[in-house]
Design a protein around this ligand. Sequence first.
Ligand code: HEM
Length: 368
Amino acid sequence: MQPHHPLDAVTHPAPYPYYGALARGRPLYRDSMLGLWVACHPDTITAVMRHPAARVRPPAEPVPTGLCPGPAGELFGRFVRMNDSALHSRLKDLLATFMREQGLVQPPPRAWLPATPLDAASVDRYLCAAPVHAQAAFLGLGPALHADCAADIAGFLLALPATAGAGRITAGHAAAERLQTRLASHLAGPDAPPALRRLSAGAAQAGIAPAMVAANLAGLLFQSCEAGAGLLGNALILAGRRGATAALTHEEARTLVGDVVRHDPPLHNTRRFLADGIDIGGQRIEAGQTVLLVLAAAAMAQPEKDWTFGAQGHACPGGEAARRHAADALTHLLGAGVDAAALAARFRYRPLPNARIPQFHFSEDSHP
Ligand code: HEM
């Protein structure tokens, strides 16, 4: 049975023919059941992304209200990912330059080794933590801080849903405060790598406060987490289907991760929120509406472009690092004896509206 709608497709076992049909036949349409406009063709997605009225956050709620006031809200509000302010493009350019420069000088960080035993539950935990460990190493943070970063990103993420209870929100504020402080002292400290010092200097020249830069280093950890978990998890499944073993080299793992990016990507959609009415593809979308940008559909129309990493002003600056970190973690998992074929034979996807992240530990009668 094909997916019922684009959000259902994210966790569908075989959604790609459906995405292909959407890209060909439904470039832009209104889904009244979901209460969303849906853009599926590269041209309509690009037109929405380019439109100044199409924002990354709802104009009336730049930060989730549950996080305000407090450190978690402050941190969230500073992320370039969540911002269309004048500062965005300048800081985004500096961050992208940093990612590029650091990627050139830094040898592939040794992936953090999973704890044994490597059962399905510990693989699930590893998927979420490994990308943050790798990104923390990439930023030059000392190994003693990597696990703290992963735990704090997890705590911060748990506070984001509108349904988060008081306990999670309090823990999310504490995690955000630690992240902000940790990254600020790293930025100003003796271990900051040269590329990070250049980022600091560039930010100072542009009048961007150090607290803003530090928050966005935490933002790099934050952005690496869920998408990185999906990239590694889907790579593990493909490795299992292809019969990959502990002998898989880093180059072979890179190729496999590239195949995942193209054929079973970890992020299927993103959203834009309209501050004003816009005219796109001969249709009028009113202010206040939300547009779902179905990146996985665009990728069916343009397989040569990495649509899963987004496009235009908010395109992901972490694509190269994410691929490298996923390949590294995959070879480590296989080398540590994970049975990828057994994992690929039994999994389901976490019930998320945009990310395709497998879950290997669950009981048959539990709901996702
Ligand atoms: C090292 C890991 C990663 C880092 C550091 C990272 C960082 C970022 C940052 C900072 C942004 C915000 C850019 C902006 O708003 O201007 C972003 C956006 C994005 N990232 Fe990544 N990312 C990582 C991994 C991934 C992965 C694995 C995927 C999917 C395969 C991904 C897909 C995206 C997409 C689709 C966007 C754009 C969202 C939108 O336009 O609404 N990222 N990333």
